[in-house]
Design a protein around this ligand. Structure first.
Ligand code: ATP
Ligand code: MG
Length: 524
């Protein structure tokens, strides 16, 4: 029996070479690479022997970023199952949707999710139980039993094309879809992340070899159940033998304390995490000299964010990564000097990823013209679970149609101008929300902003903005409009502003929930 190299099993076996290095840190708990291997292999055997898991079965995971999440994910894959991470923010109904949509054979949860799923028919393994287990559920440690040093994972034959994961998309534009990823998609992810890193080191004129030799400690500020947390961070960390610092929940003050305590070298999450760290009153109070970089993606990052990082975290390398659940996270990346030179670009595609900008008729558009961004490569999944209609619509002629409007410059740098579904069309003129939002962020009073279309009889749509001001700073709609006149054409300037005291509604991927905002402000 032997396994193919481009599979998770190969990664797991390889991770053992990092042996006694610490892999996962959570509060005062530490899991070395060897601990992780033994636990994952032990649990994988339990899944096969106690739960009858066979190749291709779905094993769902629904919990916070606990170390058990990592062990459960590795165990599911090592057992030959398809790992199905569910959004831990989901309600009972949504979790039940995830379980039935994926046809999960069992679900591995934490205490909070166990409560939410009490009464659910799917067998449950519960880590960090809060009280009584739901009937029929078993406790994680009890299932694991004795963890032996000589344990070997089950002998399941897997190849690169075998399915490995179902990650649900964020549900920003509709019902979350299950993105079915293969072992090849998964196995290329750490290499793509490494490539992006080494390219940015090389572009900065430094020696990639010295950077490759440094042990990285990453603070993960987003959930593992989204592609970014899992593929841009977890699998990449595992491949390189780095450390992964997990948080109970995102909290900027706590993040500062953890960076100091764990000597974190990189913070990875969504742009909101970076903003909140910069805005935190304790930023100057901690020794965060270990931090070499801040990277984010998953949602638009206005150029102002890069400027603030330059001012408040000097010498730190900022990176902006573009990716989707369907691209196994990273696909396009901007970092270091090229990011400073082109702060409004998401950068260059990964080595493995082809990019084209298409007209509505499917023709490739020349540089400078805006069209739909399409992607192709071993990081792109082949389709959605159980959704032939959505698969046929999104994967056309071998290309993933992203639903994002973009342009490419003469040097191949990609610029996201908007999500096609967000764009406001005012009197036949396209207004890209992301552009107006970025212009708003330049105003010193703005803490957060979202641009939406207001239905208009005459013009089709008008531009509106929902804004949150920074505490203690005042600005009126008139002042904001006057400010925008300096950078935007008149038709792009919001005619109406809504001022909000509360934070703008965002999903765990850092994306503003515009459907919520439209409902709240316009009743649509
Ligand atoms: P759904 O597909 O269910 O509507 P979603 O598209 O938000 O949800 P994800 O796969 O988490 O689900 O997000 C991918 C999208 O996030 C991209 O299509 C793009 O619109 C946006 N995005 C990701 N990275 C960036 C980035 N660096 N800059 C701008 N937008 C980004
Ligand atoms: Mg999407």
């Amino acid at each position: 029996w032997k396994h193919a190299p481009l599979t998770f099993r190969a990664m797991l076996d390889n991770s053992r070479s990092h042996g006694e290095q610490v892999f996962v840190v959570y509060e005062d708990e530490r899991l070395t690479y060897e601990d992780h291997f033994r636990r994952a292999a032990t649990l994988a055997n339990r899944l096969v022997e106690d739960y009858g898991v066979v190749k291709g079965d779905r094993v769902a995971i629904a919990m916070r970023n606990y170390p058990e999440w990592v062990v459960a994910f590795s165990a599911a894959l090592a057992a030959g199952a398809i790992a199905v991470p569910l959004n831990a923010w989901w309600t009972t109904t949504e979790l039940e949707y995830g379980l039935s949509d994926s046809g999960a054979r069992l679900v591995i949860v934490d205490g909070e999710r166990a409560e939410r799923l009490r009464g659910c028919a799917v067998p449950m393994i519960v880590a960090r139980a809060d009280g009584d287990l739901p009937p029929g559920a078993r406790e994680f440690g009890e299932v694991l039993g004795e963890v032996r040093a000589d344990v070997t994972p089950p002998a399941v034959e897997l190849g690169p094309e075998d399915p490995a994961t179902i990650f649900y998309t964020s549900g920003t534009t509709g019902l979350p879809k299950g993105a079915l990823g293969s072992h090849r998609n998964l196995a290329q992810s750490p290499m793509s992340v490494a490539y992006a890193l080494l390219r940015s080191v090389a572009l900065a004129g430094k020696d990639p070899a010295s950077a490759a030799g440094q042990r990285r400690i990453t603070l993960l500020t987003v959930p593992l159940f989204h592609a970014t947390g899992c593929f841009a961070v977890l699998t990449a960390t595992m491949f390189t033998g780095g450390g992964l610092v997990l948080m109970y929940k995102w909290d900027p003050g706590q993040a500062l304390a953890l960076i100091e305590r764990e000597k974190v070298t990189m913070m990875t999450g969504v742009p909101t995490n970076a903003w909140q760290l910069l805005n935190h009153p304790d930023l100057g109070k901690y020794d965060i000299s270990s931090l070499g970089g801040v990277s984010y993606g998953g949602a638009p990052a206005p150029p102002k964010l890069l400027e603030r990082i330059g001012d408040q975290l000097p010498k730190r390398q900022a990176s902006n990564g573009y990716g989707m659940t369907e691209t196994t996270a990273l696909a396009i990346h901007n970092s270091g000097p090229t990011y400073l030179a082109k702060p409004d670009s998401i950068g260059l595609p990964l080595a493995v990823c082809d990019v084209r900008v298409s007209s509505p008729l499917g023709e490739e558009l020349p540089p400078g013209q805006v069209g739909e961004l399409c992607l192709r490569g071993p990081n792109v999944i082949t389709g959605y679970w159980n959704r032939p209609d959505a698969t046929a619509e999104t994967f056309v002629g071998g290309w993933l149609h992203t639903g994002d409007l973009a342009k490419v410059d003469e040097e191949g740098f990609v610029y996201i101008v908007d999500r096609a579904k967000d764009m406001v069309i005012r009197g036949g003129e396209n207004v890209y929300c992301a552009e107006v939002e970025a212009a708003l962020f330049e105003h010193p009073a703005i803490d957060d902003a979202a641009v939406i279309g207001i239905p208009d009889e005459e013009l089709g749509e008008q531009v509106g903005a929902v804004v949150r001001l920074r505490p203690g700073v005042a600005a009126t709609a008139g002042e904001l409009q006057e400010f925008l006149r300096g950078t935007l054409a008149p038709f792009k300037i919001p005619v109406r502003f809504w001022f909000r005291e509360a934070e703008l509604p965002r999903n765990p991927g850092g994306k503003i929930l515009k459907t919520h905002l439209r409902k709240e402000t316009l009743g649509l």
